[in-house]
Design a protein around this ligand. Sequence first.
Ligand SMILES: Nc1ncnc2c1ncn2[C@@H]1O[C@H](COP(=O)(O)OP(=O)(O)OP(=O)(O)O)[C@@H](O)[C@H]1O
Length: 276
Amino acid sequence: MIEVNQLGKRFALGDPKAAAQEHGADPRQRGRFFYSVESVSFSCPPGAVLGLVGPNGAGKTTTLRMLSGVLTPDSGSIRIDGQDLHQGGNAVRAQVGFLSGTTALYERLSVAENLTYFGRLYGLSPAQCQERIELLSEQLGMTAYLKRRVKELSTGMRQRANIARAVVHDPKVIILDEPTTGLDIMSTETVLGFIAEQKAAGRPVIFSTHHLDEVSLLCDQLAVILLGNSVYSGALEGFAGSRDSDAIRKEFMRRHHETEGQQAMEEVQHAQADLA
Ligand SMILES: Nc1ncnc2c1ncn2[C@@H]1O[C@H](COP(=O)(O)OP(=O)(O)OP(=O)(O)O)[C@@H](O)[C@H]1O
């Protein structure tokens, strides 16, 4: 069981004026700080899959980085089976497997060599590493390319290997930050199948996504964040009937289009700067 209670995280800004231009009228910038996550709460029972959704910049990655132990929260708490993640030290943190956008593998090593390397770092014996590699390569469809060097892999192959790396030590809890973003259909299906297998094995999985169809397909629990605050957390089926669901959907879409518009504007500005 993972219990996340009123998490908060702020970042000090080197140049508050430049940040204000970048973030527009985001109310989370106050003085020299940007309050990326203000108050996020949810819980995920064993064997449940929780989808963390929110428009660009809502605070999903910051939340997941706190859940993985990479970032220390400024406020609130995270409990895994009753133990506080940040007070429990490495032993509690090792119970979490975390895939981030920056999870990296050694390019010159093969997939199997990478997994052995990271498995050994987590204290697995060579035999345990071998056992995990066999299981994960089957679950993630990697058997055909286990011996290939990472630098030769496609995006989809690489992402499946990244996921294997994140869970090589058989963690109690799995946290995946946008695991299917940018993947082809086959790799997406394999990754979603992997999540479903973890759920069947009783392991809680928390993943962030922009794809609401993935949430309805896989998740029992839903946590929605807008501007760093939880606006819904609970059973997926409870969301449709909840009092605020229509307002949340509208705000979600409004901010989604707004950030897409901002990104398009930035791309145009970059292109103009390149041409100048
Ligand atoms: N180190 C930092 N310093 C200042 N601001 C930050 C920092 N890290 C994140 N932020 C800001 O906090 C907000 C939340 O960022 P975060 O990456 O958690 O959002 P997200 O929901 O994962 O977005 P996306 O869907 O685009 O990945 C964003 O506005 C981001 O610019």
